[in-house]
Ligand binder design. Structure first.
Ligand SMILES: Nc1ncnc2c1ncn2[C@@H]1O[C@H](COP(=O)(O)OP(=O)(O)OP(=O)(O)O)[C@@H](O)[C@H]1O
Length: 910
């Protein structure tokens, strides 16, 4: 038990001095902080998500490096290339060449005797290889080997992008005679070829040029071989010379650093980026499903959370994580100097990623409406992203990439957001490819297949996705709100209500509505007044109810009149009471039938239940497992929809007007619904903040509550580190911290040790005493608890209210007998004598049970004069060997067992 000092604190806390407000700002702030804390605690997961961006970009980059390495491209300038082929050619090795034009080697002939001569003429080898006309190089003067290398090296542009030359020839006569004394000539050709593959060919695109260059090289070399050979062997002066001595060498051009010739980055980046920007989808889906499966959304909803604020905060967090990943992606992309980032205008790609983010988060929300379980959602999430990634890129390459398709094919493909996104990536990638200038803002247009059309498509699709999400959220079953008819949005009434809501239900208005209840139930000043009025009304109704015929209060032709005939008197009275009074909680003929699935029969969880919970009353709802207690609380808190009947809380229908009172409802569900990664203090702060408590007020309130529930020492421990009992206590504390007017406690003390149990009892008792008329529904399996806390008790069985009344009433109503117990020692004879003695004293008594000398009797109350019994037992117990004896009232447990065993009827009392 608590000290009087702390009880005083508690009492102060429980006085409803602050009105509960469910304003947009409070809810937003509470949810935002909670989500922020949870995200902060999920450092590892978040880091992994963000690192994926890093990994993907680095993977492409590494692949590019590998490719470069294996293709053996230069990384250093080659200023003095080595010959890699050198040797003598025989006639048979020199291919045939029909040189109708002939080759003009006259120039070299002038100087051959002097040693070296170089020539690379403007040859026209054949029509097929016209490029040579532009690309051969001619050296007029004698040059040293180094000079030639230098000259060729300089023929490359400053950027090293390529030389206009395709080749050069160095011609050397090693030995040569004069006209009178013919000496066998020896010739040496060194042919330089340009393998960088970037000859400038006007009018041709770069790719074609590259391909052309690859094809071109052998022709060029071949042409040089043959022309040189033909000339030397058939020239005037060398007519008799043997050509066996001619040597031909091949050399690469001296060249600057080689640039990538296979640009994997520009080819593969759309696919990799597509992968990266889909990767977060399952993460978003799982995040929502975790809250859904653990019924965390449900408990927040029950305590007044505006679901629109919930989705808004969720959106902000999902989108922020997405933006973080985009930022990392940009940093790496810019640092590694990817053309995609450097060449394209920043806005052109940034806009694409921004719009895609909306689609991605929207898809996450949409998919989350289809699942209830984390496992299925995870599997489906990954399957769907694989389909979207591979499907969109394949469709793109086969349909858009091929070109030539009509507009309708293109438009239908864009109906898949991933295809539109992929198309955008591909356009930006093409614009930033080698030799391309990058996309400028002036390139953005709305024409079909242009980047502008991609932006527009993604924008429209984001809106459609969010609308679809809203639709599925409303019509698919979930565990936190009642589902709507699939055609709800096509009904006039729906739009009419929406318009009304938009006009009226601003968050501030709720406060106004709450405090203008029919009978000012939540208004403390009016409470005492209303209470005295009610007392008078109660006397009136009670006298009517206590009259001989309770049916007098109903019309005989009323349906209820007929139904009531078979009901026990206490239930009939309760029905009449509910009908005639405005209880804060009024349940009228409430029925809930769960549809049987997989061949199972339907379950009637509640069957025409009538019940009223009075102001300031703690109502104990008892019943065996499956009696319908939780179902009742679920209906009252708006989690489940009833099949028939109605229920009002403070005059508002729970089916249609629950939002108006949720700010004043505190619920402790049967299972603990808590965030494992929040601390106890943060959990309480969340609920208090959601209900408008701020700053110092909030701090003090939380501290006090933690103290009241014995959790002060564990306030900074995470919930996952709490014991079962601690979790239960914090669950109850969450339901009470914001001083709700209506409180539902579903088995609040299950699993608690006796001390903690008593602590919670004290708190509930204090709410009753000082809570200013708060009404509590308490379900429990503990008779002791029900007796200790409940003003009235109702026993439910198979969805039917079997009996109702105070614990004393129930015991006296169903307990017309005393239970007499005795223990006898000394053998069978003595036991027989003792039993005969009791039977002679109470001729109508019955033995309930007997076990090895211990006997229990049932004795009608009117047969017992307690003083006489005590005196007789005192005098004669020793004579009959009675070592111990006692007499007791019927317990509530016995009443409960009796009623729920199904043998209860109006006159069947024990
Ligand atoms: N979602 C559901 N779908 C189908 N049947 C359900 C569902 N929830 C409850 N029921 C059924 O409704 C009946 C009442 O269940 P409920 O959970 O309300 O009982 P309870 O009195 O709270 O039981 P306990 O004391 O064990 O918590 C049971 O037969 C149960 O099987």
């Amino acid at each position: 038990m608590k000290s009087s000092n702390s009880t005083e604190h508690l009492n102060n806390r429980l006085l409803p001095s602050v009105k509960n407000q469910l304003e947009f700002g409070s809810q937003f702030s509470a949810l935002f902080r909670k989500s922020y804390l949870l995200q902060k605690r999920r450092k590892k997961t978040n880091l992994c998500q963000i690192c994926v961006a890093l990994a993907v970009v680095l993977i492409i980059f590494s692949f590019q490096l590998l490719i470069n390495h294996y293709l053996n491209f230069n990384t250093k300038p080659t200023t003095d290339p080595q010959k890699f082929k050198y040797g003598f050619l025989t006639d048979s090795e020199v291919p045939y060449l029909d040189l109708s034009d002939g080759l003009k080697f006259n120039k070299y002939l002038k100087t051959v005797s002097e040693g070296y001569a170089y020539e690379a003429g403007r040859y026209k080898i054949s029509d097929k290889v016209k490029e040579i006309q532009y690309s051969a190089m001619y050296f007029e003067e004698q040059k040293s080997k180094d000079d030639i290398d230098d000259l060729l090296f300089k023929s490359f542009t400053d950027k090293g992008e390529g030389s206009e030359l395709n080749g050069a020839m160095i011609f050397k006569t090693i030995e040569f005679g004069n006209s009178t004394n013919l000496v066998k000539p020896n010739f040496e050709f060194s042919i330089y070829y340009n393998q960088t593959g970037y000859p400038y060919v006007p009018g041709e695109s770069l790719r074609t040029t590259r391909k052309g260059a690859t094809l071109f090289l052998p022709s060029f070399v071949n042409a040089f071989f043959r022309s040189s050979y033909t000339h030397m062997c058939k020239s005037e002066k060398g007519a008799n010379a043997s050509c066996n001595n001619m040597r031909i060498g091949l050399k690469k051009f001296p060249e600057p650093v080689q640039h990538f010739s296979f640009d994997l980055i520009s080819v593969a980046q759309p696919f990799f980026y597509q992968f990266l920007f889909h990767f977060m989808l399952p993460v978003f889906v799982i995040g929502i499903i975790v809250e859904k499966e653990n019924k965390l959304i449900a408990i927040q909803r029950m305590m007044g959370l505006n679901i629109k604020v919930y989705w808004l905060v969720n959106f902000i967090f999902c989108y922020t994580i997405y933006l973080l990943m985009v930022t990392v992606f940009y940093i790496i992309g810019y640092s590694l100097k990817f053309d995609f980032f450097w060449k394209n205008n920043f806005l052109t790609h940034f806009l694409l990623f921004i719009l895609w983010g909306f689609n991605l988060v929207g898809m996450g929300f949409l998919i989350s409406t289809w699942f209830k379980r984390i496992k299925t959602a995870t599997i489906f999430g990954y399957v769907i992203i694989l389909l979207l990634i591979f499907g969109s890129s394949m469709l793109y390459s086969n349909i858009i990439g091929d070109g030539g398709k009509d507009d309708s094919t293109y438009i239908s493909l864009q109906l898949i957001p991933s295809c539109a996104f992929y198309h955008g990536l591909q356009l930006l990638s093409d614009f930033s490819g080698p030799s391309m200038p990058g996309m400028k803002l002036s390139d953005v247009s709305i024409q079909i297949l242009s980047i502008g059309s991609v932006y527009l498509t993604l924008f429209i699709e984001a809106i459609v996705i969010f609308l679809l999400f809203a639709y599925f959220y409303n019509v698919l079953p979930n565990n936190f709100s009642a589902r709507k008819n699939p055609l709800f949005c096509f009904r006039y009434s729906f739009w009419k209500n929406q318009l009304k809501k938009n006009k009226k239900t601003k968050f501030k208005d709720l406060e106004h509505i709450d405090y203008n209840f029919k009978d000012s139930l939540l208004n403390n000043e009016a409470l005492s007044q209303s209470s005295s009025n009610n007392s008078q009304a109660e006397i009136d109704i009670n006298s009517a109810i206590n009259s001989d015929d309770v049916h007098n209060l109903l019309e005989p032709n009323n349906d209820l009149f007929k139904e009531m005939e078979v009901l026990p008197v206490d239930i009939r009275k309760e029905i009449l009471r509910v009908q005639s009074k405005d209880d804060p909680i009024a349940i009228k003929s409430l029925t809930k039938i769960y549809q049987g699935k997989d061949g199972n029969l339907n379950t009637t969880a509640l069957n025409k239940l009538w019940l009223g919970i009075k102001k300031g009353e703690c109502f104990g709802l008892l019943g065996p497992n499956g009696a319908g207690k939780t179902t009742l609380i679920s209906i009252l808190s708006g989690l489940t929809e009833s099949t028939d009947g109605s229920a009002q809380i403070c005059g508002f229908d729970v089916k249609t007007e629950l939002k108006k009172i949720q700010a004043n409802m505190g619920i402790c569900a049967q299972e603990d619904r808590l965030w494992d990664d929040l601390t106890g203090k943060e959990t309480l702060e969340f609920y208090a903040r959601m209900h408008g408590k701020k700053k110092l007020n909030l701090k003090l309130l939380v501290e006090k509550t933690l103290e009241d529930f014995g959790l002060l020492d564990a306030k900074n421990k995470k919930i996952k580190e709490y014991s079962g009992g601690m979790k239960r206590r914090i669950s109850v504390a969450c339901a009470l911290i914001f001083n709700p007017r209506i409180i539902f406690l579903d088995e609040p003390t299950t699993g608690l040790d006796p001390k903690s149990k008593r602590q919670i009892w004290t708190i509930i008792s204090n709410i009753k005493l000082y809570g200013g008329g708060r009404s509590i529904i308490l379900t429990t399996h503990s008779m002791e608890e029900a007796e200790a806390l409940s003003d009235r008790i109702g026993i439910l069985s198979n969805g039917i209210l079997k009996t109702i009344g105070s614990s004393e009433e129930l015991k006296s109503r169903y307990g017309k007998y005393f239970k007499f117990s005795m223990s006898v020692k000394g053998g069978i004879d003595r036991e027989e004598n003792a039993v005969n003695f009791i039977k002679s004293s109470f001729p109508n008594c019955e033995i309930i049970n007997q076990i090895s000398g211990n006997y229990n009797f049932k004795i009608a109350k009117q047969d017992v004069i307690l003083s006489k019994l005590f005196q007789e037992m005192h005098e004669r117990k020793d004579k009959f060997g009675i070592t111990d004896w006692g007499i007791s009232q019927t317990s509530l447990e016995e009443v409960f067992l009796h009623i729920t065993q199904g043998n209860q009827s109006q006159n069947d009392e024990f």
